[in-house]
Design a protein around this ligand. Structure first.
Ligand SMILES: Nc1ncnc2c1ncn2[C@@H]1O[C@H](COP(=O)(O)OP(=O)(O)OP(=O)(O)O)[C@@H](O)[C@H]1O
Ligand SMILES: [Mg+2]
Length: 395
């Protein structure tokens, strides 16, 4: 039976569809690591559009002379109690470099001695080493409130690895859910720190991505005129599948789903070409029936929690005020700032906080009519359906 997964599958190639143009565009940028031009990218796009999946595929497909690391900031946040700190992020980067190098010890054997030697020289100068922590066989420093040394050590390591090995031509590091970096103590300073190292590393590429709206202040903080990267990050937006791509995707990867013409139109209107929703709605539709508009409508209504699963999770983590804000936008089909200030019933400073937080999570966006609107139709549909069924919005 064919499956269209709703979570990240292990076998990426088996489930991955198309994205040829995006892959080419990203690879063209990334290939400059070989030419001593460090690529720096910012990949944006709606929640569930496939940014993570796409970047995993891109990393997987790099040739052997390019090392890669994938760091998901949400994993650090999820795993650890307490606040996200700069140190935790740096250690996670270090861990993932370690993992990359440990994967194929044999092929790195030739040059691992050199790197070990290098780290040992560093040790004498700067670091305090424990007996138990290792990168391969290289001891890594224990950091006692020594942020400067940790950051230098971690941020310079990828370039050193490239420098020490003839076979390795570049190192690509993806930082997923980067918007969460806003929760470290001094996010501005942290981005500037990354930037200051990135500038001196000619064969190390950084790709930032996350569930963040294009108009959020975190994008400004990192890539705006005053931001650490000051517009140097090349921004690539990943679009949902077109109707045509959606049709081909269903033909190729679904478990024999069939639609009438109107049925397909409805399906596309509901999913908007976002693979996460294409997959989740497909998984609840009947396979041996030709789905018409009515079947799509009913199936979605009765399975809304399953299709909009992501939002149950996101909703549960929002504050009361943020939920009120979202419901206000839903009921008024968007709103400008003045109306929010006058009618929402929260202080202006709170409203500013809601706006920052919700756009940094890709939940709202600021549209051309200068209104704040919900960024995701499935969120709208989920809230409306819950209201219709239960008489109140999800708590
Ligand atoms: N090119 C694709 N081919 C097949 N399935 C895809 C593709 N892109 C995404 N998907 C499916 O959609 C799901 C969501 O994709 P992914 O997690 O990459 O989205 P995202 O843009 O990173 O979302 P978020 O902003 O929430 O992190 C994946 O689990 C995968 O099943
Ligand atoms: Mg993602």
């Amino acid at each position: 039976m064919k499956i269209m997964p709703v979570s990240m599958p292990k076998d990426i190639d088996k489930y991955f569809f198309n994205r040829v143009k995006d892959i080419n565009m990203i690879n063209t940028q990334l290939s400059t690591v070989r030419l001593d031009i460090p690529p720096q990218l910012l990949i944006t796009g709606y929640r569930g559009v496939g940014k993570t999946f796409l970047l995993k595929k891109v990393l997987n497909d790099q040739s052997e002379d390019i090392l890669t690391s994938f760091i998901d900031i949400s994993e650090i946040v999820g795993r650890q109690k307490g606040n996200l700190t700069e140190e935790k992020v740096l250690k996670e980067i270090l861990n993932s470099i370690n993992e990359t190098m440990s994967k194929d010890k044999k092929s790195y054997k030739k040059w691992i001695d050199k790197i070990t030697g290098h780290v040992k020289r560093l040790q004498l100068k700067n670091y305090d080493f424990p007996g138990d922590a290792n990168i391969m066989d290289i001891p890594i420093p224990v950091i006692h409130d020594n942020y400067d040394k940790l950051s230098k050590f971690v941020m310079e390591l990828p370039q050193k690895i490239v420098d020490e090995s003839k076979d390795i031509k570049g190192y690509i590091i993806v930082i997923d859910e980067f918007q969460l970096l806003k929760n470290v103590k001094k996010p501005d300073a942290f981005f500037w720190l990354i930037r200051s190292f990135v500038q001196k590393q000619f064969n190390v590429g950084y790709v930032f991505t996350g569930s963040v709206s294009k108009t959020s202040d975190i994008i400004n903080m990192i890539n705006g005129q005053e931001g650490a990267f000051g517009g140097r990050l090349i921004q690539i937006n990943i679009e949902p599948f077109t109707a045509d791509e959606t049709r081909r995707y269903i033909e190729e990867k679904s478990n024999n789903l069939k639609f009438t013409n109107e049925g397909f139109e409805r399906f596309y209107a509901c999913t908007r070409g976002i693979p996460l929703y294409i997959n989740s709605l497909s998984s609840v539709l009947p396979n041996n029936t030709i789905c018409d508009e009515e079947i799509i409508k009913q199936t979605l209504k009765f399975n809304i929690d399953q299709v909009a699963m992501m939002w149950i999770y996101v909703w549960g983590r929002l504050s009361e005020g943020e939920k009120d804000f979202i419901i206000y936008l839903l009921e008024h089909e968007g709103s400008n700032r003045a109306d929010l200030d006058n009618e929402l019933g929260y202080a202006k400073s709170s409203i500013t906080r809601f706006i920052d937080s919700l756009s940094n999570q890709g939940i709202i966006e600021f549209n051309r009519e200068r209104k704040f609107v919900l960024a995701d139709k499935m969120l709208e549909r989920w809230l409306k359906t819950k209201y219709e069924t239960n008489g109140f919005y999800p708590l």
